[in-house]
Design a protein around this ligand. Sequence first.
Ligand code: MLT
Length: 272
Amino acid sequence: MNYIGSNVRTTVNNITISYTDEGQVEAPVIIFIHGFPLNKTMWEMQLEALKDEYRVIAFDVRGHGDSDAGSDHFSIDLFVTDLICFMDDLNINKAILCGLSMGGYIALNAVCNYPHLFDALILSDTSCAADTTDAKHKRLMAIEDIKMNGIENFADENIKNLFAPGSFQTKESEISRVREMIVSTSSESIFNTMHALAVRKETCSRLKSIKLPVLILVGIDDKITPLSAAKAMHENIPGSKLSIVEQAGHLSNMENPYEFNYLINKFIETVY
Ligand code: MLT
C-alpha cells in the first residue's frame, strides 16, 4: 500500500501545516525540510526517486508554501517545535531528516535536541554557524529593499546567488519554479523568517555530540554556504561523510538531482 498525499493538511502547534506524504507504508521515513524562502515543492525530484522504497514526506515550514504563518514570532526553535509536533501528529517516532540550508539549520537543532527521534541526518548546503554582523546587516537591508522595490526584485537578486553559473543556461524551468516559490511567499513571512535566521544560535559547538550517521552535501558552486562551511561541519561531526555535488550551487538537489539522489540513496542504504 502507498501513502497518497500531495498537499495534505494537518493542524499542529496551533497552525495548519501543508505536506506531501508518499511512498511505502511500514518503510523507513525520510522527512525533507526546504530552504528559505522556498517550499516543499523543491523536493519533488527526491520524493519521486525515493518513494518506491521509502515513505517520503516534505512539508512547508510555517509561513512558507501552503502552511499557515500563525501569530507567534518565528524562530528556529519554533520551527523545530512545529516539526516535532508534526511527527507526533503523524505517529512517526523515527525518521531520517534531510534539510537544505534553512532546512539544515532546523534539522541540526532538531537532531541535537531530540536525538532519539532520528535515525540519520542529511545536511545539504547549510552551515552550523550563526549569522555574522555583516550577514545580519544584509538581512536588514534586504527587508528595506523589499519594502521599497518589491518581492519580484528581491527574487531576481536572490536567484543570482542560489544557482551555479552553469545552471543559468541549463535549468530554466527550475529557476522559474524557484522564482515562483519566492514571489508567492508573503512579505510578512519573509521578514519574520529573516529575523529568525538573523538571531539564530550557532550549532557548531554541539556537533561533536551527534551520534547519528550524517551525510553532508554541498554544491561545488554554492556561494551562500560554501564548501568551507560543509568541511567545518564534517570535521566536527564524528563519522560524518562529505560529498560534493558537481554542477550545482546552493540548490544542489534541484540543480543536479541525479547526483544528489544517487548520493542520498547510497547513504540511506547504509543506515538500514
Ligand atoms: C536558505 O537557502 O535557506 C537561505 O539561504 C538560508 C539563509 O539565508 O541563511
